[in-house]
Design a protein around this ligand. Structure first.
Ligand code: C2O
Ligand code: CU
Ligand code: CU
Length: 471
């Protein structure tokens, strides 16, 4: 297989900007314009696909994001976000990616984030690619893990092309993927009361077009979109709702809180349900992290409650608004016990340490002082062996540690035993100076998988490494 050499990195990024701004290079709209429009449009729930054989066609589409001129986006099947894939656990699903984007977008690859996929179905950054001009790749997801059914969870799918993931996701290549699991308590809010929320920031030029300028520190936008709608409102009833919140932003973190001081009841993470629900007044989510929460609007008929981002000021602080306007009865409940964690052996065979850092001379983001090399294997865990992986952050900014193909259990963060809401995950906020100790066991697939920072521009700037699961 021919691999592009590293210096080619910036070429596709420049091409993207030309496509993105084909309508004219305009000034980025001031953030202040957002405030006037906040909560003026209803939340949209992305279309749901439930079949065992799904096609996602990457193509240009003009999407109504802002008032006025439509935004030309890179979409899956014509919408942003792409359709939500919703599948029962234990059943095989094939997803065929078709690349109908303009040739300048280059080759594409689709990663089912959170899934335990075979290596050739994982959406490798530089292998098994869908060529421009209608190239296809079919990914097979078995719906199983560790010899049983996969745990129910909110996963998501997104492009993962080496050096260009940030651009490709920014342009619109992302969607949600829900695994429904009958082993999860069935009394949780369901149907129209189980609402996935994909939160992502974007900036637009004066012509309402997406402007992507690669910035190795991370690209942020000046508008907050939920399911593709800028700061929407959502009309709810006076009952419990389950919100599955995904931070699909390239680099922005959110510290979510409910206006009026109401707490969330967190029931799950990226890796499915928690052992027990946890009350939280605010929830910090870095890129790719998810929180599965229940919010009870009982007794709040007539109220308007804002979902806030405490990490931002001004108009960026307002994510969306819940309008409690329907009088409904509620037969849902949140059981005191949700789902035990899968057992891991007390002792681990191997301990590995990975330092997220920055090269003092070149400024490059590094893992153990190295940038990504697709021809290098950085760790070779044995299938079925329990290992300890330690991540430290010695750089001057936060990172999001994400491992493919495995869920991880937190032993400690900065020497303190794992909090109940982050016992098992697969994407971890690693703040400046922090150390997390994880335990993990690869149970499903041999072969190579990447792990990386999920701030997409750090990833594209090669803050990524490769593991190979061996027999
Ligand atoms: Cu969300 Cu390597 O992926
Ligand atoms: Cu992933
Ligand atoms: Cu990073």
């Amino acid at each position: 297989m021919v691999r592009p050499s590293r210096p080619s990195r910036l070429v596709p990024l420049i091409a993207a900007v030309l496509i993105a701004t084909a309508a004219g290079e305009g000034a980025v709209a001031p953030a202040g314009a957002v405030a006037a429009a906040a909560f003026s449009r209803p939340l949209v729930i992305p279309r749901v696909l439930t079949g065992s054989s799904i096609t996602l066609t990457a193509k240009l589409a003009d999407v109504q994001i802002l008032p006025g001129r439509k935004t030309r986006m890179w979409t899956y099947n014509g919408t942003f976000p792409g359709p939500t894939i919703r599948r029962p656990t234990g059943q095989t699903t094939t997803v065929t990616l078709v690349n109908d984007l303009p040739a300048a977008a280059g080759e594409l690859t689709l990663h089912n984030h959170g899934n335990h996929s075979a290596a050739e179905s994982d959406g490798q950054p530089d292998d098994f690619l869908a060529a421009p001009g209608g190239g296809t790749v079919t990914y097979t997801y078995t719906g199983t893990e560790a010899g049983g059914n996969e745990r129910g969870a909110l996963q998501w799918y997104h492009d993962h092309r080496m050096d260009a993931t940030g651009r490709n996701v920014w342009m619109g290549l992302a969607g949600m993927y829900i695994i429904d699991d009958p082993a999860d308590p069935q009394t949780l809010p369901k149907g129209e009361f189980d609402v996935p929320l994909l939160v992502a920031d974007r900036s637009f030029d004066a012509n309402n077009q997406l402007a992507y300028r690669f910035n190795g520190a991370g690209v942020t936008g000046n508008r907050i979109l939920v399911n593709g709608v800028p700061q929407p409102y959502f009309t709810v009833g006076d009952r419990r709702y389950r919100f599955r919140i995904l931070n699909a932003s390239n680099s922005r973190s959110y510290d979510f809180a409910l206006g009026g001081g109401q707490a969330f009841v967190q029931i799950g993470t990226e890796s499915g349900l928690l052992p027990a629900p946890v009350k939280r007044s605010h929830i910090l989510l870095g890129p790719a992290e998810r929180a599965d929460v229940v919010v009870d609007f009982a007794g709040r008929l007539g109220q308007r409650i804002v979902l806030q981002n405490l990490a931002a000021d001004g108009s960026l602080r307002q994510v969306m608004q819940f309008r409690v306007a329907r009088d409904l009865t509620d037969s849902s409940s949140v059981p005191a016990k949700l789902r035990p964690l899968p057992p891991l052996e007390a002792t681990s065979a191997v301990t590995r340490t990975f330092e997220f850092g920055r090269n003092r001379f070149t400024g490059a983001w590094t893992i153990n002082d190295q940038v990504f090399d697709p021809d290098r294997i950085d760790a070779s865990p044995r299938l079925g062996a329990t290992e300890t992986w330690i991540f430290t952050n010695k750089s001057g900014s936060s990172h999001i540690v994400h491992l493919h193909a495995v869920d991880q259990q937190l032993v400690s963060r900065n020497g303190v035993a794992a909090r109940p809401y982050e016992r098992m995950k697969e994407s971890w906020n690693l703040g400046i100076g922090e150390t997390i100790v994880l335990k993990l066991r690869f149970t499903d697939n041999l072969g190579t998988f990447v792990f990386h920072c999920h701030i997409l521009e750090h990833e594209d700037a090669a803050m990524m490494a490769q593991l190979e699961v061996v027999p």
